[in-house]
Design a protein around this ligand. Structure first.
Ligand SMILES: CC(C)(COP(=O)(O)OP(=O)(O)OC[C@H]1O[C@@H](n2cnc3c(N)ncnc32)[C@H](O)[C@@H]1OP(=O)(O)O)[C@@H](O)C(=O)NCCC(=O)NCCS
Length: 191
């Protein structure tokens, strides 16, 4: 099984992708708050995405494989579009709104055809941390998820010891819920 397939399988199981539904909307062109921008993945992101993911925090807290070569990372664009068309989720690049440099990734995984819950996950390259980019990206995605995708609520499920991700959830106004038996904490935000 190729790395891309392994990653895709791991993402599917992590996000709990249910039966495929109606295609999710295409995010708007110019999807930005003036500081960060969110856009669909491109095959040409492969090299930058591979370099960005070569990071201990990303290996520790996400399903991204340790060996994620540019060739495989380039396939993320096709995987993301497939997920959107199947109604399973929207996977976007986080870029700098001014110089278009790739900063990280943000995903909205949608459960079921009724879109009851959208689960948000994100990562930033090490060089892009500490400037509020993840917080901005979540806030930006959140408005679109409620208004355009029509999710009933949003959820974040960081690992209990992932203080940086928990801080993002707090800053974005998510409410802390139960500590799951799987070592993750569920944060929610109703529409
Ligand atoms: C989780 C992760 C994305 C958080 O990154 P981050 O840079 O700490 O988060 P933000 O982009 O929201 O930035 C917050 C920091 O910027 C500072 N900041 C500066 N300007 C800011 C602004 N306008 N708004 C918010 N925060 C701002 C905050 O004070 C905070 O700094 P601090 O950590 O020193 O208190 C990052 O640690 C990461 O990629 N980790 C590995 C992958 C991962 O764990 N993903 C989550 C899986 S659930």
């Amino acid at each position: 099984m190729s790395l891309a397939t392994r990653l895709q399988e791991r993402l599917r199981s992590t996000l709990g992708g249910g039966a495929p539904g109606v295609a999710l909307p295409v995010p708007p062109v110019g999807f930005t708050d003036g500081t960060v921008a969110l856009r669909p993945w491109r095959p040409s992101d492969g090299l930058d995405l591979s370099a960005l993911c070569d990071d201990p925090e990303i290996h520790r807290f996400t399903a991204v494989p340790r060996d994620y070569p540019a060739r495989e990372a380039a396939g993320n664009a096709a995987f993301a579009e497939e997920q959107r068309l199947e109604g399973r989720g929207v996977h976007l690049a986080i870029t700098d709104a001014h110089d278009a440099v790739l900063l990280g990734a943000i995903d909205l995984a949608v459960s079921g055809p009724d879109r009851d819950v959208g689960r948000v996950s994100f990562l930033l390259g090490a060089a892009a941390r500490g400037e509020g980019h993840a917080t901005r990206a979540v806030r930006l995605l959140e408005g679109w998820a409620f208004r355009t995708v029509g999710v009933g609520g949003l959820e974040l499920r960081p690992q209990r010891e992932n203080a940086a991700a928990i801080a993002v959830a707090d800053r974005c106004g998510f409410v802390r819920g139960t500590d799951g038996g799987d070592g993750r904490v569920t944060f929610t935000r109703p529409a």
